[in-house]
Design a protein around this ligand. Structure first.
Ligand code: NAP
Length: 269
């Protein structure tokens, strides 16, 4: 599919830039991508990085425009009000955590060609896993276009129940930061037991990449993989015992629950 639509990002921050990187590497024509951002420095950054057009104020939307709402959740109301009078056949994609589709529709004065999504930061290297929920009135053509766009920066799953997006936010939306944090701790631990920084970084990173790829082979039975790599009386067993004795599972689940609760709170505002 060749996307000829005007693609307008409202908000040109981390996530917008991650998605733009994915779009451009999938040969979406740069001249069709625009960013509206109130922050002058952000606009300069986007222009230098991608050579695409930016504006302070939201543009006049063409009839086939795809508008990506990429500001922080607390700005969504304002930006929706700014564009609502222009909407007739455009597609609206929201990436804002917690902001419900019914709220967006209300802010857009009833306009319903909306898809709510939750991508993640690794969209930048086209590895996002994005979950999407479409307004029940979305037309098939618009859904197909959005599916194509979401797949330019990774993989995509469609949800039948919007409520699940808060759980998605807590797992894969915020998830890359958990992994970076975990990786950072492993690297520090390696240094503390005698490895150089570069040795520890390379070992930890390659271990994580390889383990994730290996887990794909049997993701539904990780228990067996763990058993297979844990010999009795060995080193892995000692580390796993330590995790269990120190309630590592509670810490991980507690952190994910904290993110989930926060996503729900944002939606209730
Ligand atoms: N970061 C993630 O990993 C992640 C993952 C999934 C989803 N999300 C969602 O993605 C959205 C954006 O997050 P982010 O991390 O990219 O935020 P960000 O880096 O702060 O970018 C948002 C940009 O929008 C600008 N802005 C604020 N109000 C505006 C307005 N009225 N019109 C135009 N631009 C405006 C901001 O400028 P100022 O800085 O001057 O306010 C900022 O440059 C959030 O809703 C978040 O929930 C983020």
């Amino acid at each position: 599919m060749i996307i000829k639509n005007q693609i307008i990002f409202i908000g040109g921050g981390n996530m917008a830039q991650a998605i733009i990187t994915g779009l451009i590497s999938c040969n979406v024509d740069k001249s069709n991508i625009f960013v509206a951002d109130t922050d002058q420095d952000k606009r300069a950054e986007v222009e230098t990085k991608f050579s695409i057009k930016t504006t302070k104020k939201i543009l006049t939307l063409s009839e086939n425009a795809i508008v990506i709402l990429a500001t922080k959740p607390d700005q969504i109301h304002k930006v929706c009000e700014e564009i609502s009078s222009q909407l007739n056949s455009q597609i609206i994609i929201s990436i804002a955590a917690g902001v419900q589709l019914s709220q967006i529709q209300k802010y857009l004065k009833g306009y319903d060609q909306i898809i709510r999504t939750m991508p993640n930061l690794v969209a930048q290297i086209q590895k996002s896993i994005t979950a999407a929920y479409a307004h029940p009135n979305i037309n098939d053509r618009n859904k197909l276009i959005v599916d194509y766009i979401l797949n330019t920066f990774g993989d995509c799953i469609w949800l039948e129940d919007e409520k699940k997006l808060d759980a998605v936010t807590a797992i894969s939306g915020s998830g890359p930061a958990y992994v970076f944090y975990f990786l950072q701790i492993i690297i520090q631990a390696g240094e503390e037991i005698g490895l150089s920084s570069s040795e520890s970084q390379k070992l930890a990173l390659k271990m994580l990449q390889g383990s994730a790829q290996f887990a794909e082979r049997n993701i539904s039975d990780l228990e067996t993989i763990i058993l297979n790599v844990t010999s009795k009386g060995g080193t892995t067993e000692q580390a796993l015992k330590y995790f269990k004795n120190h309630s590592f599972n509670k810490i991980i689940k507690g952190a994910i629950n904290a993110a989930y609760t926060r996503a729900k709170e944002i939606g209730e505002k």
